[in-house]
Ligand binder design. Structure first.
Ligand code: PAF
Length: 291
């Protein structure tokens, strides 16, 4: 496993694999956990993996946790070593964004409306700008993202489609703690009491899922139920939404590929989670996000 801080030597290193197998990029902001490792394992089934580690300043808003976002490169590298990762790309801020110039940024399309896009103005422009730059620097054939960031997956998919970028996107199901809490680097901010209450996100989603299985397809009822559970367990519920994946609209009556998405603040951490279902002829089955 080689570590690179600039793109040209990284690309030269990956040249040996091109044509034989797809080069797979797993973009991360470090502070790796089992969820990231699962992205890497799944990526490695497809081809040689490059993991990028870059805490991207442009996707954090004023007053958000950019400064205190956990950074521990040595421990990240230790976790990646046994996984057969080919290269780790750890660029500096000036490598990604240049120095002193006002560079090109990417504005998201309508998939960034609502949910986190509404609550975190500028967040998805920052995500798309860095992902586009990482794609340009690494030139992957495949890029792997976690489904926990469902809206991020959809916003990136829209960019890749609209710009005809030659990269295949793959989303990997959320990895959960035994009690259902979605793994997240921000779980590190929680003390024991907050950690327990953080399960209100998965509890809200499971309640939504139960309603669907009981034949309740009224989106307002699901939103209300999920919101009430967040309101009880969290310090500040942010949203409890039901979204049609294909149109990214918020339906009254649930049908087709449907995203249940929740966000709430627990202690110092803003947490998000989601589930995707397919509803067809009143039957409920697992849905898909990018596929
Ligand atoms: O999901 C993340 O960790 C980040 O948003 C990403 C995709 C690495 C871009 O900074």
């Amino acid at each position: 496993m080689e570590v690179f801080t600039t793109p040209a030597p990284l690309r030269r290193h990956m040249e040996q694999f091109r044509g034989a197998a797809p080069v797979v990029l797993v973009p991360t902001m470090g502070a790796l956990h089992e969820g990231h490792l699962e992205l890497v394992r799944k990526g490695a089934e497809m081809g040689p993996v490059v993991v990028s580690i870059f805490v991207n300043p442009t996707q954090f808003g004023p007053g958000e946790d950019f400064e205190k976002y956990p950074r521990d490169l040595e421990s990240d590298l230790e976790m990646l070593r046994p996984l057969g990762v080919e290269a780790v790309f750890v660029p500096s801020v000036s490598e990604v964004y240049g120095t002193g110039e006002e560079g090109v940024t990417i504005q998201p399309g309508d998939r960034a409306r609502g949910l986190c896009g509404e609550r975190r103005p500028g967040h998805f422009a920052g995500v798309l700008t860095v992902v586009a730059r990482l794609f340009g620097m690494v030139r992957p054939d495949v890029a792997v993202f976690g489904r926990k960031d469902a809206q991020q997956c959809l916003v990136i998919k829209q960019m890749v489609n609209n710009l005809h970028l030659p990269v295949k996107l793959v989303d990997i199901p959320t990895v959960r703690e035994p009690d259902g809490l979605a793994m997240s680097s921000r779980n590190r901010y929680l003390n024991d009491e907050q950690r327990q209450r953080a399960t209100c996100l998965i509890a809200a989603l499971r309640a939504g899922e139960q309603l669907l299985h009981a034949g309740v397809f009224d989106a307002r009822e699901l939103r209300r139920t999920m919101w009430d559970i967040l309101a009880e367990g969290s310090d500040e519920p942010d949203y409890a939404e039901v979204v049609c994946v294909d149109t990214f609209t918020q339906p009254d009556l649930i049908t087709g590929n449907t995203l249940l998405a929740v966000a709430a603040r627990v202690g110092p951490a803003r947490l998000i989670d989601n589930m995707v279902f397919r509803i067809s002829d009143h039957a409920v089955s697992p849905g898909c996000l990018l596929g």
